[in-house]
Design a protein around this ligand. Sequence first.
Ligand code: SF4
Ligand code: SF4
Length: 307
Amino acid sequence: MMVTAAPPTGWIFDIRRYSLHDGPGIRTTVFLKGCPLDCWWCHNPESQSPQPEIIVREHLCTQCGECVRACPQEAVSMTPQGPHTDPALCTRCGECVPFCAPGAREQVGQPYTPQALADILARDIPFFDQSGGGVTFSGGEPLLQAEFLSAALAACKRLELRTAVDTSGFAPWQRLESIAPQVDLFLYDLKVQDEGAHRRFTGVSNQLILENLRRLNDRGSRIIVRLPVIPGLNDTPAEAAALGSLCRQLDGIQRVDLLPYHHTAAAKYQRLGREYRLPDTPTPSPDHLNALAQQLRAYGIAVQIGG
Ligand code: SF4
Ligand code: SF4
């Protein structure tokens, strides 16, 4: 009897339909959990851990204490401010979630098989066909779940869907190389050109990221570079010059998208009980974004403000 391997399970924290900012046309964006980077400006902090996580929406909590009683690890205690979950004791099992009647507790990250995901994605085929859109895998860093990503991309291709992968590029080249034939477009995040600053603000060197970008370009992949514009961190003339001269050398780069920093993630950090490291950093003004775009266009690069 032939034994077939079980399909890989992917941990997904969101599936967002009708997105207009993650590639051409109308997209369904699949957010995979887990990221090897630790960017100070991350707007999806719930994506960073590869494990499921428990978030608490304090404004919904009635302080009923059901989560305290439900937790088999005794990780939750009631304080005058409401329930406190000890991160050292919580195993992220999710058992407390169904006991929270007001829905204040939520488990972020659910398991999917590639086929279960494909069944969801197939619902939007009419929108993809009419708009030239498709499916975008994002995160987190989708390449952290390379086996699932590869299987999910293959399932998309069986449905003849256009695919994009939004990546930091921080992964062994073999992972990028193995999925590249199934990816119609890479959304490639380049965060900081200066290596020391990249280490400081993301936790890792940018050398592998830049090397992988060149290799993707050399194999003929279509690439849109995405730059999160963080005032005071990566928007200096020297940074723009380094990015412009890099992109000018790589003919697979179709465009650079400037993604302005914003504060919408602040509440997520609070729900996760994590520090929000850039509370005083402003959103870049339209004039500033236009000036940055002009500087990059001087290198012969197409630039778009927004994704
Ligand atoms: S996720 Fe599990 S361990 Fe964590 S607080 Fe809830 S019940 Fe307790
Ligand atoms: S079960 Fe929900 S509403 Fe009740 S104390 Fe816990 S978090 Fe608050």
